[in-house]
Design a protein around this ligand. Sequence first.
Ligand SMILES: *Cc1c(COP(=O)(O)O)cnc(C)c1O
Length: 408
Amino acid sequence: MPGFELFGEEERKEVNDVLSTGILMRYGFEGPRKGIWKSRELEEAICSQFGCKYAQLTSSGTSALTTALCALGIGSGDEVIMPSFTFVASFEGVLSVGAIPVLVDIDETLTMNPEAVRQAISSRTKAVMPVHMCGSMADLDSLLEICKENKLILMEDACQSIGASYKGRYLGTIGHAGAFSFDFVKTITCAEGGAILTNDHDIYSKSDGFSDHGHDHKGVDRGADLHPFIGYNFRISELHAAVGLAQIRKLDKFLSIQKKNHRHLKKLLAQVPEISFRSIPDPEGDSCTFLSWFLPTEAITRAVVSEMKEQNILAGNFYWYDNNWHYIRKWDHLKQPSTLNLLHEDQRTALQKLQQKSFANSDKIMSRCISTAINLSWNEEQIEEKGKKMLTAIRKVLHQASTLQASI
Ligand SMILES: *Cc1c(COP(=O)(O)O)cnc(C)c1O
């Protein structure tokens, strides 16, 4: 799955370029940096790789979300519709700008259900934020239509799906803005980092200023910059950007390995008629970081997870339903809500309501879902062996379940 598996000479070379001048900061220091601008180069590489007009690097995917939401003018009291299955960073971003995350059910795409989005729209809704989970995409045509009809912003959280596409366009470049994460376990990494992608110059230039204390970046003298608005420091460093630059050059290679390994493992699991797979709006565009599959019932899924644990083959398989980071069921700190400082009354009330809200439609899907991370380092024999062991565990449980059924 992640780029850290194939870290090597290329990354070291880029980092050493930066170390050779000691200019670790992305702005200023024109003379001493001797023409080395890794962050700029990475932003240009992002634009050419993904076919968008502008890219702004930030210190993390989370700060990319915050920055993009601010640049899109989303703030106090605005509602942002987002899915019940994502990483905590998605709602952190929304809360950080003073907005209210409105969580809706997912469907078998493992991303937001467009019908649930329609039902969640209120007079305060400002944006729809699909999260392209586990390497694959939301039903973007339906969401674009909903946004158009209701004059809403479409903000893509594409942090987990770098290099995936929908009908020929890369995820993250289809909405008004998109966010990538380059944290350590993402498709390409620079240890910590993120990016905002957009085709809109206004959103880009606001993101550029906001992520650096509101600097207008108009001249070469940083000290003389004006501050047309208040920002924060969400800058990336040159060291991080250097790693990212080496990684983005390897992205196509990562994707082709992932796709090959994914295809192989899927073919093995597909031998079991009781297994079904995640539905993918554009299968061609899947980045294949994960293979997500369903079993017929929660009981069978839990038994398979236990059996895989017993057989010591659970590593790399994720049962999100019980996971603290990714699914609403275990986000007690959000539902409380538990915060260090006082939230706005409207935010607090909205979050408390989540305690009562039913996510039965998401539960039905998530309780039967297992995602298997696809590694870059596997060889064919290892995939065969992994698949065989998984099949043995799955078949054992299915056999037990069917004999139990027959004996009732
Ligand atoms: C990783 C991730 C983020 C945030 O990225 P960081 O770089 O870790 O801050 C946001 N959204 C999703 C869906 C993610 O998986």
